[in-house]
Design a protein around this ligand. Structure first.
Ligand SMILES: [Cu+2]
Length: 190
């Protein structure tokens, strides 16, 4: 349908062109804004997609390999970083309290013995799924000593709401002092 009138030939066409241009600029601006938000979230909050896939047999976790009971907890690596290993199962994490040093690179390695669980450490950007058959790996750093809650955030059965653990971040020097006497550390000294 044309909005042209005999007195103003072509005027409707010009109005439509201007409106189209305005909307095109608005849409391109919106897309650019969303792109900037994605990049900001990635860089500033260090959100990132999983980098690799590691599999493990969930029915044999306690029998052999990386997640046997006496290999769980926090271990110091030769390069001075630490690795925390724990297992999620209905309805707890083992160990129940993770001990880590402040201001040190920390690698978290975890897997599930049964169903899908969720790993979240409050006041940090640590958030991932814990799946049977796969190892979830995250690297992080805790700036200051603190206590964080670590609830399961994926509904995993009738006891889901009771499934949570603690992360205790302690002074770096105190941690490495304790690590001298113990191969694996958790909040409860063994
Ligand atoms: Cu769970």
């Amino acid at each position: 349908m044309s909005t042209e009138t005999p007195n103003h030939p072509g005027r409707g066409h010009a109005v439509a062109l201007r409106a189209e241009r305005r909307w095109a600029i608005f849409v391109v601006g919106l897309i650019l804004l969303l792109l900037v938000m994605v990049v900001f979230a990635g860089v500033h909050y260090a959100f990132m997609p999983p980098s690799r896939v590691e599999t493990i047999d969930p029915s044999r976790l306690q029998l052999s390999g990386e997640f046997v009971e006496d290999n769980l907890g926090t271990a110091v690596q030769p390069d001075g970083s630490v690795v925390v290993r724990f297992v999620a199962q209905q309805y707890s994490f083992t160990p129940q309290c993770l001990l880590v040093p402040a201001d040190t690179p920390v690698t978290i390695r975890t897997t599930s013995a049964d169903v899908v669980h969720g790993l979240l450490v409050t006041d940090t950007n640590i958030n991932t799924m814990v799946m049977p058959g796969y190892i979830s790996t995250l690297t992080t750093r805790f700036d200051t000593p603190a206590e964080h809650l670590m609830p399961c955030h994926e509904f995993c059965g009738f006891g889901h709401q009771t499934m949570w653990a603690h992360v205790k971040v302690i002074d770096k020097a105190a941690f490495f002092d304790q690590a001298k006497n113990s191969r694996r550390l958790s909040c409860v000294s063994r």
